[in-house]
Design a protein around this ligand. Sequence first.
Ligand code: 5GP
Length: 181
Amino acid sequence: MSNPANRSSEPKVLISAEKLDERIAEIASEIQNDYQGREIVAICVLKGSFIFFSDVLRKLDLPIHCEFLGVSSYGDKKVSSGEVKVTLDINEPLENKHVILFEDIVDSGLTLSYILANLRARRPASLKTCALLMKPESMRVEVPVEYVGFKIGPEFVIGYGMDYAGKYRGLPYIGYLEPEH
Ligand code: 5GP
């Protein structure tokens, strides 16, 4: 991901609230069709996914157990090291359950790859990932993502749950910060 330091504080819109609404409805309808008649465990990866997670869930008419997984990367904050620390674990056993993991953004793929290995070890009946954003140019590991909201460039993004230095999570759109001149 590119370095967001020294950026102006007024974000520019990359994906509008209207486009987010439309795409969330499409993703929810795909999930609804794929999981018809099944109970699912939906896992929200904190913190960046919390708005995406709740928007998709409110559009699903399925029996759902909600779980929250807190993770943080060790080391350099700007580039994922792939070494992930679980800061909040889920409460529910996953054995024989149908699990969908909700991620805000897949950048190098290292965080997701770690989380999936961790969850697979709990022997779910099935495990799929739903990511709001993917940065294909930044991917360093092959990692399966069954539901993808938008593919974007390597630019650092904020809003709709995602932060920069703890700010901007409440923006209703996905934005980016332009370099200051
Ligand atoms: P990865 O391990 O795939 O490189 O990094 C994934 C995590 O890095 C995401 O879950 C997110 O927390 C953070 N991240 C990656 N790119 C961005 C970005 O453009 N904006 C924000 N706010 N976080 C990002």
